[in-house]
Design a protein around this ligand. Structure first.
Ligand code: ZN
Length: 98
């Protein structure tokens, strides 16, 4: 990623157990709210959430963050949201947006 000019600024994660019922476990939006608190200039509408679970996509949708589900489903059944089976497909989706 560094070769592409992408720098990882910070890593957010949920350190809690399901039984703790925290607000940062996806699909709850707490992690995105924390990002917004720490980085108020981040424009969610211009951001992209890439996730490997429907919980990731649901969290992104709850704060209007565009998203792509990276999955390995065998079937080609249509999914009700943007999705890809590889990073190459994600790159195609992103570059065809413009
Ligand atoms: Zn948590």
């Amino acid at each position: 990623m560094r070769q592409q000019g992408i720098k990882i600024e910070k890593i957010f994660y949920c350190p809690h157990l399901v039984s703790e019922n925290c607000n940062c476990r996806k699909p709850k939006p707490g992690m995105l709210d924390e990002i917004r608190r720490q980085y108020p200039s981040v424009d969610f509408i211009s951001s992209l959430m890439i996730g490997d679970s429907v919980a990731d996509i649901a969290m992104a949708a709850s704060r209007y963050v565009p998203s792509i589900l990276l999955h390995s489903a065998e079937s080609d059944l249509p999914l009700p949201f943007r999705n890809a089976k590889s990073w190459e497909q994600i790159e195609q989706l992103i570059t065809s947006d413009h």
